[in-house]
Design a binder for this molecule. Structure first.
Ligand code: HSE
Length: 401
């Protein structure tokens, strides 16, 4: 019998217990033996709840129980999650977590501890919720050098941008709707300013680079400046605006950024709407692949956590090698990346053409007091110099080819 503990009985922790209860038979067949949730660590008592007898308030009870083989961390945040997870690994237990903040900050360290103790640290649910992107990178795409990852990895902002395009509403209205539906947090800063996506692309970059990519080094822009007028221009251009988390090989490192992009119809991510997530991967042998599905929510995320539990149960006593060295990756300067830029300005055509040379103009009747145009391809650094020369720039959104 495999005995597990769940640390944090919130949305994901309770989902984990539900998935194990609902699919007990098939999960046990896959593991080859029974599975029991022995402890649930939480600050609350859950009086009268069927799980009440399993509830403990001190993580050391779990750490000191030699019968517990696997621990699920679903508390969120860096501390005390890091202290608890480290203690579990050090006492010879394998751990799976859904906590992107923990993985982005301490992934390399926790993997090293797991190796030292001959156990495993897994984190499938930390990126893309239920989408199996981490295992795909760690197990299925190991024959390739990954040249590019481009993902819609934040469900809240994708829902908001989809609604803005469908309804023509402004950012504030879309945010209110996302909050009413329970997608966005009361304090939605991490979602709308791109920090959540920044942590997720830092994790994916660390995996494809094999060393620590710090999320603080990822150039991050959110969607709070996107307006209904931008959406009108996007429609006129036959494009959609999406918050993309991108990591692109640049010599021996990666250029990593999170920002709103204008996506063309031909791009596989164009049709990813609502709270769905998708991650597009380009390998040097594989070519293109895309992983699509529910990027958040209790049961989809719990499904990924329990899949890790099954994997951990199958590998008790055996560490699965995973390259994520602690040496910091020097992320390439995003300003050296070449692309086209869509610009809205109150400057006139003579000034625009004097500075940007030939451009493609985009007109929408609702924005008669300004000019919209698309630049030729240039480095971001060059765009910034020209935009400063032009002045009066109301908006800039990058073009994705
Ligand atoms: N706030 C996140 C999102 C939850 O909206 O995608 C899943 O990480």
């Amino acid at each position: 019998m495999i005995k597990i503990a769940v640390m944090g009985y919130g949305t994901i922790g309770s989902g984990v217990v539900q998935v194990i209860e609902t699919n007990q038979d098939s999960i046990c067949k896959k593991i080859g033996e029974g599975i029991e949730v022995r402890y649930i660590l939480d600050l609350r008592d859950f009086q009268g709840d069927p799980i009440q007898s399993k509830v403990v308030h001190d993580y050391k009870i779990i750490a000191q129980d030699p019968e517990v083989d696997i621990v699920v961390e679903s508390m969120g945040g860096v501390e005390p999650a890091y202290t608890f997870v480290k203690a579990m690994l050090e006492t010879g237990k394998s751990v799976t977590t859904s906590n992107k903040a923990l993985v982005a900050a301490h992934g390399a360290d926790l993997i090293a501890t797991a190796k030292e103790k001959n156990v495993n640290f897994m984190f499938e649910a930390s990126v893309g919720g239920g989408i199996p992107i981490i295992r795909a990178l760690n197990s299925c795409l190991t024959a390739d050098r990954i040249e590019e990852i481009c993902g819609i990895v934040n469900g809240t902002t994708n829902y908001m941008l989809t609604r803005m395009a469908e309804e023509g509403c402004e950012f504030e209205e879309a945010l209110k709707e996302a909050q009413e539906k329970g997608y966005a947090e009361k304090d939605p800063t991490a979602d709308i300013e791109g920090h959540d996506a920044g942590r997720k692309i830092a994790i994916l970059t660390s995996l494809i680079a094999g060393q620590q990519a710090d999320f603080e080094d990822v150039h991050t822009e959110g969607i709070s400046s996107i307006t209904a007028t931008d959406i009108l221009y996007a429609k006129k251009m036959g494009r959609v605006i999406r918050l993309l988390a991108t990591s692109r090989q640049s010599e021996d490192t990666y250029a990593v950024m999170v920002a709103p992009f204008l996506l063309p119809k031909e791009h596989p991510l164009y049709t990813v709407n609502g709270v769905f997530n998708a991650v597009f991967v380009r390998g040097n042998m594989l070519g293109d692949a895309m992983f699509y599905g529910s990027g958040a929510g209790s049961l989809p995320t719990a499904s990924a956590v329990v899949a890790d539990v099954v994997e951990l149960a199958k590998h008790i006593g055996k560490h699965i090698e995973l390259e994520w060295r602690p040496e910091k990756l020097t992320i390439a300067d995003y300003k050296q990346q070449c692309m086209r830029f869509f610009v809205r300005t109150t400057a006139d055509r003579t000034e625009i053409e004097k500075i940007f040379d030939t451009v493609a103009y985009v007109e929408v009747p609702e924005a008669a007091d300004e000019i919209g145009f698309i630049t030729n391809e240039m480095k971001e650094e060059e765009y910034e110099t020209k935009a400063e020369q032009l002045g009066n720039v109301r908006q800039m959104i990058r073009f994705h080819s």
